[in-house]
Ligand binder design. Structure first.
Ligand code: ADQ
Length: 483
């Protein structure tokens, strides 16, 4: 049997089930076939010290974990710099937050090349390689340049923006050319796939060959939408387990006289948190029957706190929640309970189940697994209502949720009111359809459909022919734009 090699920025021990969405999905894939998981060790070696690039391997059951240390300079440029100060904001349509510092791209390329070099020494000829996310876009091109002939697939967990937004990145042509070194490129949604198709046809003069295959740069790549799901059975079992049920009963008792609304995410500017707080304030203003009743629990786990945009968001959230509670709170009721921390994964399903309404209102999101977890955790006899942003990838599958435009503060407030008032019969009917959708496209379907598609790609198509020139620096933008 061919071995699966998963490559992602961070690596987790697949035997530990507490890991969360993506880690569960990849652990599941690796535990099925056995294989290797390769990525950054999480260790930063002081600049100049020996040990940078050191490879560590460790056996975790049938899975080999192989990790590499990074220097401070490489980590800062590759991870904080290019990945999270360029690719993350631009791919989430936030050109205003992108910082195109020239040094970042060098570190991004250096780390991808370092990963490729270390990985090459561990590969067997029949291995299938599955690369994950925006940190590692040029990995296959680097591997091909070193003579790697294996089948390589790439999955982008975040959105792919339209051509005109993507083209703001000085190295956009270099990045998309790098995607053509893969055999299969997977996106979360049909919208992302359309953006890819339009970009390559407009900017790279690609030919669409049919069956989602595109030819450009002397290579053929297959691209497809593979919406990621959750393990519905596992999440439902977690809901019924002791910690989940304890949490559920505690919340039901604590909020017996109130209607509970819930938001759960990383504190990230893509998640639309300030807009959500403003919509909630509008709800309290326009519908006073919610005073002393509707309570929003907002859990925002700390994320990338060493970056400026995140520190600004933290301050904005504290100020918004403070002012809403100050304006509307009573001695025995606070409209918002805002917590800047993680909730243990085993307790999270109980919290979802106790909520009458979930507010999942990102400004832009690749998929959004919280929406799917909320559906899985509901009591089907008395389910809660999902208010979902139309700009989350999940909205393509979950059209029976109440879809909102999170930028429209008043409109979102109206829909939250509709959710709070929704009769039981309608809640049940919507929930049944939503549950059907998340079951049909669960995480096992995602893994299998991606890997089947990758196995079915044409293996004879000039694997070594993609040539990645040095990425242009910021000052070369005009040259790139001229093509
Ligand atoms: P994220 O942006 O991290 O993922 P999401 O898909 O919602 O977003 O997954 C978050 C996971 O972390 C969920 O499993 C959730 O339960 C958990 N989580 C979030 N906040 C938490 C908290 N405060 N406490 C405990 N657990 C918390 C990226 C993309 C998404 C895409 C996923 C998977 O941005 O669009 O859906 O990858 O591809």
């Amino acid at each position: 049997m061919t071995r699966l090699v998963v490559v992602s920025n961070r690596v987790a021990d697949p035997r530990k089930t507490a890991a969360g969405g993506l880690a569960v999905a990849l652990a599941d894939a690796l535990n099925t076939t056995g294989g290797m998981w390769f990525g950054w060790s999480g260790t930063i070696v002081k600049d100049g010290a020996t040990g940078e690039g050191e490879l560590h391997t460790q056996q975790a059951g049938d899975v080999t974990l192989a990790t590499v240390d990074l220097s401070q300079e490489d980590h800062d440029g590759y991870y904080l710099g290019y990945s999270n100060d360029v690719l993350w904001p631009v791919f989430h349509y936030r050109l205003d937050l992108a910082r195109f510092d020239a040094g970042h791209i060098d570190a991004y390329r250096r780390v991808n090349r370092l990963f490729a070099r270390k990985l090459m020494g561990l590969l067997k000829p029949d291995d299938i390689i599955w690369v994950h996310d925006y940190h590692l876009i040029p990995l296959a091109a680097e591997l091909r340049a070193m003579g790697c002939n294996n089948r390589i697939g790439f999955f982008l967990h975040i959105p792919l923006p339209p051509q005109t937004v993507l083209a703001a990145i000085p190295q956009h042509e270099w990045l998309v050319r790098a995607l053509f070194a893969y055999d299969l490129v997977g996106f979360q949604s049909e919208a992302d796939l359309i953006h890819f198709s339009r970009y390559v046809q407009a900017e790279a003069n690609a030919t669409a060959l049919g069956n989602d295959r595109f030819r450009a740069y002397n290579r053929t790549v297959r691209a497809g939408a593979f919406p990621i799901g959750i393990d519905v059975d596992e999440f439902q079992a977690l809901t019924q387990a002791k910690d989940g049920m304890d949490m559920y009963h505690r919340m039901k008792e604590e909020y017996s006289r109130r209607k509970l609304l819930l938001g759960v995410e990383r504190l990230d500017y893509s998640k639309g948190l300030p807009q959500r707080m403003r919509s909630f304030r509008t709800l309290l203003q326009k519908y006073p029957e919610n005073l002393n009743s509707a309570t929003l629990i907002q859990i925002a786990s700390p994320s990338r706190e060493d970056m400026g945009a995140y520190a600004d968001l933290l301050r904005e959230m504290e100020s918004l929640c403070g002012s809403i509670n100050g304006d509307y709170g009573e001695l025995d009721w606070m409209p918002i309970r805002y917590m800047h921390r993680n909730v243990a994964r085993k307790r999270l399903p109980g919290l979802y189940r106790a909520a009458r309404v979930a507010l999942v209102t990102p400004l832009r999101d690749g998929m959004n697994l919280v929406a799917k977890e909320f559906i899985a955790a509901q009591d089907e006899n008395d389910p809660g209502v999902l208010v979902l942003s139309r700009f989350a990838g999940a909205a393509e599958q979950l059209e029976h949720a109440l879809l909102v435009n999170p930028y429209d503060i008043d409109g979102t407030a109206e829909v939250i009111q509709q959710a709070l008032q929704m009769p039981l019969e309608e809640r049940q009917a919507r929930h049944e359809k939503l549950l059907y959708r998340i079951r049909r496209h669960d995480v096992h379907w995602w893994r299998k459909s991606f890997l089947d598609a990758l196995a079915g790609t044409d293996s004879t198509d000039q694997r070594n022919q993609v040539s990645l020139r040095k990425p242009p620096l910021n000052e070369d933008v005009s040259a790139v734009n001229r093509g």
